[in-house]
Design a protein. Sequence first.
Length: 535
Amino acid sequence: MHDHIRLNRRLNTFIHMVVVCSVLCLGFMSGCDSKDDALLSIDFATNSPELENSQFDLKRVKAEVEHFCGDCHTTPPPSAIPKDGWFSEIQLMFQMYEESGRNDLRIPQKGEVVEYYRTLAPDAIAIPSPIPANNSPRLEFIETKHTVAPPNYDQPPPGIANLTWYDSSSTELLDESLLLACEMKSGLVVEMTFDGQQMSYGRQAQLINPSHSTLCDLDQDGVADFLIADLGSFLPEDHQKGSVVWLRGSDDGSFKVDILVDNLGRVTDIQTGDFNQDGQIDLIVAEFGWRATGNVWMLTQSGQENGIPQYDRHRIDDRHGVIHVPTIDINHDGHLDFVSVISQEHESVELFINRGDGTFRQQNIFSANSPAWGSTGIDLVDFDRDGDMDVLYTNGDIFDTFYIVPYHSAHWIENLGDGTWQSHVLGNLPGIHRAVAGDLDNDGDQDVVCSSLISRPLEGVSTNQFDSLIWIEQTEQGEFVPHSIETGNCNHATVVVADFDGDGDLDIATAQFEDTAINPRSDISIWWNNSIIPL
């Protein structure tokens, strides 16, 4: 339902294509056991031989580091990255503090901080093993490749941040189902429809840096419109170029483009609903921003001007790094709530429960014990079929430190039904950027499809053998087994599962996000599920 790039942010993508961090201390990635329900173990090993044998007081430096970095977020552990990487990370940390304008903290000696981390850091971090081949005999996927680029397209390499499937059987707004792509490098938004396994292109719109789409009917004329979250810049930066764009049909069969709200930071998601019970369609807007910008806004309609809705802004959360804000009536009280995933140094999943008047009570349902855990997105799905909505969550932002780490994973944040939540690791995938749920094998439960985004070469590491597209089979309730679909092409910022050809099973769509040109150009792949599954 939602992707983009953290861009990748956490788009990581993309939304996060550079180091994500707080204004005080760089967020560093930290290793963990993937079986520890996605929580990092922060242990500075204060009784280690390195501390006892060091030439200066590492215990004192440890306390100074925790005070300095921990004033804003969890202190990064030395086990986050190898020894060789810490000098540049510390340099950036001090630079960011200098640029923040703060002068109220006691600043440790830079050389001592570097020595502290290098003393306790590992020489290397183990690279996860790929999923064994040929372990999925029941499912077979056949790939067909497509491009959204027109002939003689002289633009950057493909950079599709988001694919979303809109099923006509679930809404009266659409006459036929369609796949909508947001190509953030060129600014194209493109519709695609299917006749069996033949794909056709529909309307297009030219924007700036579109990162996500949402189906809506703002003018309530019974015809499908789309809201597009536009970043306003490809690379992460603080600005007010982001916008909320309204695409609606025109008489000539094209899109009419209206800017509903501008002067925002980088916008990554927009959701609709009547949150304040006034009969008007409101908007929840995720403003990812970067370092000094970023919020969650509720935009309430204040009237119309020349047929264009006008909005008042209400800040719901002032933290930067927001990626997705899917909506749900989580407690079944008739009021629309929403869930937010926040990256950068915050690395948390928050539930906003509507009091009924458009104000919200905030509940944290997941927090990582690392400032660069690498959150990349969420989706809502009832994994255990108990009638309440759970959260499918991923962390795999490779653009923090450009190291492969073993804890990039898909997680099931289970709604226990009593106001509490429990996190489970579903499976690991280096650079995981997106995960979506669906019953791929038609056995009545939810499986998961995951894609990875590494996108650029990493020093000393080849991604040729890395899994780039996997499905995680739910074999029994709460039991999951990973299967590889594709290796080596770790350039997918987005993935969708749907029955594109109408044959009764779920297919997969992925899209390319590349740093360099590919020939022949390929933007979108459809992975047709051609399996015969016994009843």
